[in-house]
Design a protein around this ligand. Sequence first.
Ligand SMILES: *Cc1c(COP(=O)(O)O)cnc(C)c1O
Length: 411
Amino acid sequence: MTHQHRPWGYSNSSSSSDGDTPDWQLHEETLAVRAGLARSGFGETSEAMYLTSGYTYDSAEQAVHSFTDEVDHFVYSRFANPTVSMFEQRLAAIEGAEFCVATGSGMSAMFASIACMVETGDRVVAAASMFSSCYVVLSEILPKWGIEVEFVKGNDKTVWEKALSKKAKVVFIETPSNPMLEIVDLKMVSDLAHAVGATVIVDNVMASPILQKPLLHGADVVMYSATKHIDGQGRVLGGAILGGFDYIQGYLNPFIRHTGPTLSAFNAWVLVKSLETLSMRVNKMNESAQVVAEFLAEQSKVKDVNYPGLKSHAGYEIAQKQMSGAGTTLSFEISGGTSKLFEVMDALKVIDISNNLGDSKSLITHPASTTHRRLDVKTRESMGITDSLARLSIGLEHSSDLIKDLQQALR
Ligand SMILES: *Cc1c(COP(=O)(O)O)cnc(C)c1O
């Protein structure tokens, strides 16, 4: 059973009905604390955590009807669970998507979002700058099954036109990309993709649902690692895929049901509560990231600062057009190579060395030896991930403390 997205929420208790649904368009902040709320008969204030793998039926016949989707009854938590559904419906409301399917991690979301659609002989076209595990799925795993994958570098329209002059099943775009913060024009690529019948899937992890809504710019499907900004407090892994009826019911749900990359009820409970504060956290982190990026850009020991909120960034104009903020994460190079960079990282007193991002704590990592270590040197270099590149995810600390920390470490 799949629960259709209910913009307001629903109640299992008889005391509340659809008559309580507001008849005006609710703001994102309101949806973030209200959408999807499914109270039990106890009338609890907070979202309940349903740690149950299965469900019982009043009669053998009700079980039959539950399996044939004739009655709205949960059947098995690999398919759906009330707490997971609350998370899915709330995220769908924030994203403005018809449906959301939660998964156990960002990578299971990424893999399922493409694998559910493609078959041997199909073509996938992808923006070349991306998170390394996504690159491994596209360059190693899918080709094993006879899927042809072509990578497109940058945002040049003529290059995209050439790649999309032939039929393609899926176009996969990560924008901004991890860790180079490259920007791809969602509208431009979506138009080209649709002309050859491709489904456009966007990895929106770096922007978060708050700063970029790919569906408004022509994309068909959005996927997340909920581990990043959505949890944003370093606790649980999770993922999500959002899209319309044909994609979700036609391709994704049958695939997910039987392959089982399910999100646990516990993690869903953490994530549904995290959505309540997502916009406040992301907007604050985004503001601080802009301030820190501007500070770093002025430092003589810092070479290139990659942040789409800086006018010097190649994707600045497009980011202004399709994002409401340039994001919480930036990357930069230190003159003097890896050893100098490691000295700076080791000297930090507030910012932690860690490979997560989108967290309330500011985190710095060396992608070449951690998150993107899995890529061969040539691929890594072609993506611009040099040995002296650091990725910095800005958290909720006061931006002047972060600047002071960077200042003393650079000294
Ligand atoms: C982290 C990340 C993923 C994978 O998410 P997990 O939750 O770690 O599986 C996918 N895409 C991007 C851009 C990421 O940063």
